[in-house]
Write a protein that binds this ligand. Structure first.
Ligand SMILES: [Zn+2]
Length: 75
């Protein structure tokens, strides 16, 4: 009977430990995910203006706001 009680206590503690660990993982996943409706912003390597990453032009030295700035930085 004594061992059964110890086993029961052990199982309850194990369940609580696993539950707390799952909650911690869920909380960290929620904090790392971007909020819905947010847009990733990037900085132009030439003028420093911030613009949406989808509108940025890729160059060999970074991202640019326009073809003119890309040309000015990367002739
Ligand atoms: Zn620019």
């Amino acid at each position: 009977m004594k061992f059964l009680l110890l086993f029961f206590i052990f199982m309850v503690l194990l369940w609580q430990w696993r539950h707390a660990r799952e909650q911690k993982v869920k909380r960290s996943e929620r904090n790392n995910a971007p909020a819905p409706g947010t847009i990733e912003m990037v900085r132009c390597a030439q003028c420093g203006v911030h613009l949406p990453a989808t509108d940025a032009l890729k160059g060999t030295n970074g991202l640019y706001c326009s073809a003119l700035h890309r040309q000015a930085r990367e002739p």
